[in-house]
Design a protein around this ligand. Structure first.
Ligand SMILES: Cc1cc2nc3c(=O)[nH]c(=O)nc-3n(C[C@H](O)[C@H](O)[C@H](O)COP(=O)(O)OP(=O)(O)OC[C@H]3O[C@@H](n4cnc5c(N)ncnc54)[C@H](O)[C@@H]3O)c2cc1C
Length: 261
């Protein structure tokens, strides 16, 4: 029996235009169309594969605005059993440490958690730090950036790829892992799954209900702040090389000029 919790983040739709507040550079998540972060769909898929093989259930945990219900619903329609939604304006603008503390506190309220699966980094904040911080708060082993993940008995085995090769890593459960985009291809919700998800009501919790005191989370209490945001310049047009018999040489010269070779 394996009880797996998947951390999912509600992020701005990749196709949507969104801006950060000019005052404090936080994102008004309620004002922008949001989706479940793609890496978190893969985390849900990994959890479903593990519980399908080993038994147990999958719980979704998300801290986000009311609109994050759609992201949670997607995870439930993929097949997750239940969900907890931390929904509280007090969370707005929390930095990675505060977010990790919040999620770690919520994880502490879920009975029998044996495995927590997160994405390796979110597509908006990209701190890539929340799962490691949760591991520290909860004193759990942490396997990062996994491209493969298996559970056998009380042992978790994973693979991490680097430029040098593939490392096989292992930890005892309970543990927390982060997965990368190579972990799997997430399933599409089936019609049956979509209908079943409609009957699953996420448990909604506030910061106070988690026992977290005033003055701990939120932009006013965060230890780090974003102080400037500079949009990337639009992509410059590419350089066209006409092959007049010396195309190969010109390509090599170009790559050398860019310090690519
Ligand atoms: C432009 C920008 C820059 C930022 N820079 C910083 C910074 O430098 N330092 C800093 O501390 N904060 C920063 N933040 C805030 C940061 O995005 C938030 O703290 C965020 O809630 C957590 O960080 P992350 O998404 O980057 O986490 P990551 O560590 O990248 O997320 C990894 C995984 O953790 C899980 N997770 C993360 N957030 C949630 C959530 N709300 N609910 C459920 N699971 C979750 C998901 O599984 C996710 O895939 C920035 C935000 C923005 C918009």
């Amino acid at each position: 029996m394996t009880n797996v919790v998947v951390l999912i983040k509600h992020v701005p739709d990749y196709a949507a235009d969104w801006e950060l507040s000019a005052d404090d550079f936080t994102l008004d998540r309620a004002a922008v169309d949001g989706i479940i972060d793609e890496i978190n769909e893969r985390a849900v898929e990994a959890a479903l594969q593990i519980t399908e093989a080993n038994g147990g259930e999958v719980t979704i945990l998300c801290a986000g605005p009311a609109q994050a219900t759609d992201a949670i619903r997607k995870a439930l329609s993929m097949g997750a059993d239940k969900a907890i939604h931390i929904q509280d304006d007090a969370v707005h603008g929390s930095d990675a440490i505060q977010t990790a503390y919040l999620l770690a506190t919520a994880l502490g309220t879920i009975e029998g958690v044996e495995l927590v699966i997160a994405g390796n980094e979110s597509s908006d904040g990209r701190a890539g730090a929340v799962p490691a911080m949760i591991a520290e708060y909860l004193d759990l082993p942490h396997l990062t950036h996994l491209r493969k993940l298996e559970v056998s008995g009380d042992t978790l085995t994973g693979e991490r790829e680097t430029d040098d090769g593939i490392f096989t890593v292992e930890a005892a459960l309970p543990a927390i892992v982060s997965v990368n985009e190579k972990i799997n291809e997430p399933r599409f919700p089936s019609f049956k799954g979509i209908m079943a998800a409609k009957k699953k009501t996420p448990e909604v919790l506030t910061v106070a209900e988690l026992g977290i005191e005033d003055g701990v989370v939120g932009v006013a209490n965060s230890a780090s702040t974003v102080t400037a945001v500079t949009p990337k310049p639009p992509r410059a047009a590419g350089e066209r090389i006409t092959d007049e018999g010396d195309g190969g040489v010109k390509v090599v010269e170009y790559l050398a000029g860019q310090k690519i070779i």
